[in-house]
Design a protein around this ligand. Sequence first.
Ligand SMILES: NC(=O)c1ccc[n+]([C@@H]2O[C@H](COP(=O)([O-])OP(=O)(O)OC[C@H]3O[C@@H](n4cnc5c(N)ncnc54)[C@H](O)[C@@H]3O)[C@@H](O)[C@H]2O)c1
Length: 343
Amino acid sequence: MTVRVGVVGVGNIGTSHALNLARVVSGSAVSVLFDADADRAAALAADLGARIVPTVPAVFQADDVDAVLLASPDGVHAEQLLLGLPAGKPVLCEKPLATTEADARAVLDAEVARGQRLVQLGFMRRFDPGYVQLKQELTAEGIGEPLVVHNVHRNTSAPYGLETERTLTNMVVHELDICRWLLDEEYASVMVVAGRPGPLTPGGQHDPILVVLRSASGVVVEVEAFANAQYGYEVVCRVTGSHGQAVLGDGAFITRSKGFARGVDLPELWLGRFAEAYRLQLQGWVDALHGGHAFPGATAWDGFAATVVASCAVEAYRTGGWVDVVLPPRPELYSGAAVGASS
Ligand SMILES: NC(=O)c1ccc[n+]([C@@H]2O[C@H](COP(=O)([O-])OP(=O)(O)OC[C@H]3O[C@@H](n4cnc5c(N)ncnc54)[C@H](O)[C@@H]3O)[C@@H](O)[C@H]2O)c1
């Protein structure tokens, strides 16, 4: 059996996912596409032998769609999930689940009311071989108890225009999820330090910024985010533990020595750094749909938790102080899916 996927939103990442599902992932095909830009959807549909439909509900309701991949802009994820959930089909939704806590809560409540875990989140770093190895280091045999996690996240340029609050909800949300997964615990509080903006930062905005969090057990997590770094795309995660340190940097790339210099090439976009993670995430999703078992990645609860922390970070940025992170009890539907679950 082939899982026939309908794709909503075929920009940068939606096109990459559609190509992977059609040509790389085993056991899947792309049958239906929708994009607000109908010409863009039509061009990709012609390439993939798929058809286009005129609305989002038409994707979810199509007889030739078994599951939906949502890769539309951040601000419409929640409303499109609420439109689609009644069709009862599994959805892999790009991060973030929503841009506000209220919208994320509405999706979580709708899924809990159905009593079915249909929504998965595209926090693909959970599938990145480097992050998986880093998680394995956080044991007594590895670097011991984690004490401090320092992250660096740099985009070549801000893909959707530079707004500091969007840096928090769109970009830093990756670290909010992956450090929660690495540490297997929730956050207790967050603050944001905004320093001197660079000359390319629009008036009233801050870039780079430093996000500082304390986990429930007291681990300090820092995220140094620079949305308009110009020199390339880069992600670093350095965990200092009780018995050692583990650093995930640009290890995915070769070091070249030439002309009396030594260095590595940096990718321009996340698609270069995380290509394998995107593929493994899609394969894991399709395999889970075939096998009828739970997807090994992020759930709607994980997406909700990340959005709550991002919303607290937005409040911390606005107020300049520490903000406590308060999550409601995890609904029973998600029990057995510990925040750090990787299988
Ligand atoms: N997991 C990751 O690493 C990662 C990387 C990039 C983007 N993303 C996420 O994927 C989503 C898409 O990002 P992108 O970089 O591809 O953006 P993009 O701007 O390249 O593409 C967005 C597409 O959505 C279409 N669109 C606009 N409004 C729509 C609507 N209401 N319904 C359906 N389609 C609509 C646009 O025409 C465009 O084709 C965002 O939520 C982003 O945060 C995740």
